[in-house]
Ligand binder design. Sequence first.
Ligand SMILES: *Cc1c(COP(=O)(O)O)cnc(C)c1O
Length: 355
Amino acid sequence: MSTASPTPNEQPGHFLQFASDNTSGICPEAMQALVAADVGFAASYGNDHATQQACDRIRELFEADAEVFFVFNGTAANSIALASLCQSYQAVICSDTAHVETDECGAPEFFSNGSKLLSAPHRQGKLTSAGVLEVITRRTDVHYPRPKVVTLTQSTEMGTLYQKGEISGISRVAQEHGLKVHMDGARFANAVAALGVAPADITWRAGVDVLCFGGTKMGLPIGEAIVFFDRRLGEEFAYRCKQAGQLASKMRYLSAPWLAMLTDGVWLRHAGHANAMAHRLSEKVAAIAGAELLLPTEANGVFVNLPEAALTRLKAMGWTFYTFIGGGARFMCSWATTEAAVDHLVRDMDRALGG
Ligand SMILES: *Cc1c(COP(=O)(O)O)cnc(C)c1O
């Protein structure tokens, strides 16, 4: 068996395209905005024009008078948002596949001074109302932490989507028991593009109190936006950002790309492209003998079951992908994923299987 080598016209990092959507670069619109923001002097710590405009744009997009904060990454966004919603003796209910549980090195617990994460079983990466209710009502004695927040990831770590009704169902259970609802939206753009809904419909109108809106994976150089739909919840949040080292002094470089991204539907075009590449990959994988799709492809991730030997061969050919998330091999697509790369991967996957 020969090993594939990249054709000369392929870009550097070609084989890295499927490891994660954060291996992509900066999309042209964000890059242009970043460069354009670099003119003269601007007020620091978010008191600049670009940041004000970006916050207004987010409020417009969500049709809500929300409180908005820009921070450096998703782990920080989730951690300090969750910390703002509960006391240290209270708990956060999450899916046992949630990024906050498996991939944040205890940061939510650290920033909340010890609020415990209570994981609930998932169905294809999604929490269920019944699962959440079971955790809420499990114990009421002082020896067990008191559930105060439910966090759900949209789109999920397993590449699936919560439908509007599923979110409002979970929110209803949460509200009835005095819990707040947080959404990890590291891939929120992919969800909105795939569901074709108004952002408000799968957030505050469905009972979500706080959204961590992911920027990095959708094509920004850096940064996420924390959106408090209930302004009272975000009242003292600026202090928490600062204390956590998440207040950028040259905020314009975080916010200006956001503004460009959320203008003329750029974010949805890029997210829609990522989703389309995942669907292309998924359809082709389904046709390969020996490869098995593990999960439905609903957003920008494709999860494939391959024999160990084929995984090894595929890696030896240079392809990078994760095997520790969602089971099987995970292939993520981004705004920058090309059809040529998808087709190349599929050919090599077939060859790795001896086809
Ligand atoms: C990528 C990701 C994050 C954010 O991760 P950072 O590397 O800290 O920016 C959060 N949640 C989910 C589900 C993610 O996939």
